[in-house]
Write a protein that binds this ligand. Structure first.
Ligand code: NAP
Length: 256
């Protein structure tokens, strides 16, 4: 299926690894000019080279090393991709823990990274999309939005705030072919999930294969998701054909 977005410009945040990278690869394959953002240069360069390999000739791939959760980082990202037609919002997630131990600073950091950062980027780009009568905004949130767990409450709370904001804004933007949707991952096999498996190994005194098997058994599909599956779902939500889908929360959780 041709998604009808070749030649569009995309800003994909937190995209040198994991889910953001999966989204960037799927968009680049469609001939979208993609700008990826992350903090570490080495992984950015490697991912940009991968994007160039999969994209059709003439597709512009750029990268910018920046912390997307800071005003300076967002300014740098928007400097590299000033008028995106597609915005994929993403950042690192807050750590798990016990709410009794979280300080005001912990809450502000989570809200900054996972609610206010995407809101600021939407604020900076949505009016241009409306004026051009094409826009696709996809927020990478978490299955925790619909299935909250106490240990992940920093994540759930910040992402639920973003979800409510985006639902409200989606009503205003829909008439101009600008859609805003959220992708809710659970156990997609990224470097972050690898870290979680390593934590389980230490906690339970088991090997990596056993940790990964136990994680897979928590998923209805009995396997972890693949970043490529996640990226393809993102690309479809960004497609010309997806203009009638907005304000939605799509769970990618293996049927869990
Ligand atoms: P990951 O494998 O750790 O990859 C994170 C990517 O984001 C890296 O490219 C990282 O590069 C970049 N990044 C992190 N903080 C950044 C910042 N402040 N500014 C710019 N780039 C930044 O994580 P992931 O599994 O893809 O997860 C992505 C998001 O989905 C997270 O918020 C996570 O909590 C959420 N999530 C994931 C799952 C899952 O199953 N994977 C489930 C639920 C929720 P640098 O470190 O070099 O900046």
């Amino acid at each position: 299926m041709d998604l009808g977005i070749a030649g569009k410009r995309a800003l994909v945040c937190a995209a040198s690894k994991g889910l953001g990278r999966g989204c960037a690869l799927a968009l680049a394959r469609e001939g979208v000019h993609v700008t990826i953002v992350a903090r570490g240069r080495e992984a950015l360069e490697a991912t940009a080279a991968e994007l160039e390999k999969v994209s059709p000739r003439g597709t512009a791939i750029t990268w910018i090393a920046a912390d997307i959760t800071t005003p300076e980082g967002r300014a740098a990202a928007l400097g590299a991709c000033p008028q995106p037609d597609i915005l994929v919002n993403n950042a690192g997630g807050p750590p798990p823990g016990d709410f009794r131990n979280w300080s005001r600073e912990d809450w502000i950091a989570a809200l900054d990274a996972n609610m206010l950062t995407p809101i600021e980027l939407i604020k900076a780009t949505v009016d241009g999309m409306i004026a051009r009568r094409f826009g696709r905004i996809v927020n990478i949130t978490s299955a925790m939005v619909k299935s909250p767990r106490a240990t992940m409450a920093l994540s759930t709370t910040a992402r639920t705030g973003l979800t409510a904001f985006c639902k409200a804004i989606s009503f205003e933007a829909a008439a101009d072919n600008v859609t805003i949707n959220n992708l809710l991952p659970e156990r997609i096999d990224t470097p972050r999930q690898q870290q979680m498996a390593e934590r389980m190994m230490q906690r339970e005194g088991i090997g990596l294969d056993e940790a990964r098997r136990r994680i897979a058994m928590t998923i209805a599909a009995r396997r972890m998701g693949r970043p490529e599956e996640f990226g393809d779902a993102c690309a479809f939500l960004c497609a010309a054909q997806a203009g009638f889908i907005s304000g939605q929360n799509l769970q990618l959780d293996g049927g869990s």
